[in-house]
Write a protein that binds this ligand. Structure first.
Ligand code: CMC
Length: 392
């Protein structure tokens, strides 16, 4: 079978050619379609960023309005899907519900997955980005035993999500501009990140010509793990434990360095960024601004800041080039706008949807696209005799 090159964890293997997201890990650069995220943050909405990531350029007014219109009209999920929500136990993790329900969409919206031209692609992207938000909010409502809230067609993307999350039959939730802006920023900063674990998963599944919805449902599963999207939950749990136990930050850092019980500094380290993660810089500042605007304080922010300072002065972290990643401060932003901890990774999934869609689109439009099929280095036995059951 010839010689196979082993690259553990694909640390140095390019799996594809892509024109979507550019990262220079040494310089801390992240660009969507060539545009630095620092220029997009705070200027573009998530919807505009989604279009940019998926279709390759900033939308003009007409394109933007058309896409926003498709998002609004796609917000409702099929009424019979409510039965699925009722069938999950109340304790079901929202990520389990999200992945299952995205897959279910390909049953209810079957026609939308038949993508033949740009217009079909735009509609499918809008359906997915819009409905994932409705599903996420419905999963949350199911988890707290409240009735599902229908989307409102007059609200923008972020505002509509917050309405479905927090409105109750006797009170409509109206997001303030500050809260909506913070949510837009969070989503936009998560919109794509080249060949990370979940995006590679989406491409892997999509390479077999599986439909867009099935491929993105697989992406949700990959994102769930604590080394990937689940790190935003793990990071806040870590900060909360330090807070509740009263453990000095230095002592926690010592535990991490000693690798006691495999303790890691969650929200730190990255396969590609070896200097700083630009998303973390933006978020660190945004957290300050948002808390000030909302006239809130968060004791976990103080602990996070202390941890960052302690780690950045410590040889263990310096030698390994470990810096705060996107998940270190994002949870504090989500807490500030009232998103509960169990929804954090779901929020990441909503934000990452444009990147998954763009990557699925890219491989499906590649005329030379081949099915993804890595090789392995086999290390098991090669010549074992079969034995009858009574001889084993
Ligand atoms: N805390 C303590 N030590 C760490 C950490 C950390 N957060 N991250 C890496 N290390 C150590 C690791 O133990 C290893 O040490 P040694 O050389 O002594 O064995 C060295 O640094 C290299 O780490 P690695 O595990 O080979 O690095 P990787 O590129 O395979 O993993 C990572 C990258 C992000 C999974 C890892 O840094 C990690 O587990 N971080 C914590 C989880 C986290 O925050 N994940 C979010 C990543 S960013 C957003 C996303 O993808 O969702």
């Amino acid at each position: 079978t010839g010689y196979i090159t082993l690259d553990d964890g694909y640390g140095n293997t390019g799996s594809c050619r892509s024109a979507i997201t550019y990262i220079d890990g040494d310089a801390g650069i992240l660009r969507y379609r060539g545009i630095p995220i620092e220029d997009i943050a705070g200027r573009s909405s998530f919807v505009e960023t989604a279009w940019l990531v998926i279709f390759g350029e900033l939308p003009n007014v007409e394109q933007r309005d058309h896409f926003a219109g498709l998002l609004s009209e796609s917000a409702m999920i099929d009424e019979v899907m409510r039965k699925h929500f009722n069938a999950f136990p109340q304790t079901a993790p929202p990520m389990a519900i999200l992945s299952a329900m995205i897959n279910t969409l390909s049953a209810h919206d079957a026609g939308v997955t038949d993508i033949r031209d740009d217009a079909d692609m735009e509609r499918a992207a809008a359906v997915l980005i819009s409905k994932v938000r409705t599903i996420a909010a419905a999963a949350y409502k199911a988890s707290i035993g409240e009735p599902l809230v229908y989307p409102r067609y007059d609200l923008k993307y972020a505002e509509n999500f917050l309405h479905m999350m927090f409105s109750v039959p006797y009170r409509q939730y109206e997001a303030t501009p500050e809260v909506a802006a913070a949510l837009n920023l969070f989503l936009m900063l998560h919109a794509d990140h080249e060949q990370n674990c979940s995006t590679s998963t989406v491409r892997m599944v999509g390479s077999s010509k599986a439909n867009l919805f099935a491929s993105c449902a697989a992406g949700v599963c990959a994102l769930w793990g604590p080394l990937h999207g689940g790190a935003n939950v793990a990071a806040v749990q870590m900060l909360q434990q330090i807070h509740d136990s009263g453990m000095p930050v230095d002592e926690f850092v010592r535990k991490v360095k000693n690798k006691d019980d495999g303790v890691k500094l969650m929200g730190f380290g990255h396969r590609v960024y070896k200097n700083f993660d630009p998303r973390s810089r933006i978020l660190k500042k945004a957290v300050d601004d948002v808390l000030a605007q909302l006239e809130k304080t968060d004791p976990l922010l103080d602990i996070a800041r202390e941890l960052e300072t302690a780690a950045l002065e410590d040889d263990y972290f310096v030698d390994r080039k470990l810096y705060p990643n996107v998940d270190f401060y994002s949870g504090i932003l989500l807490r500030a706008i009232g998103i509960p901890l169990e929804m954090f990774t779901v929020m990441f999934a909503i934000g990452r949807m444009p990147g998954w869609i763009a990557n699925w689109k890219e491989i499906n439009e590649d005329p030379k696209g081949r099915i993804y099929r890595p090789r392995q280095v086999y290390v098991g036995p090669t010549d074992v005799k079969w034995r009858p059951r009574d001889e084993r």
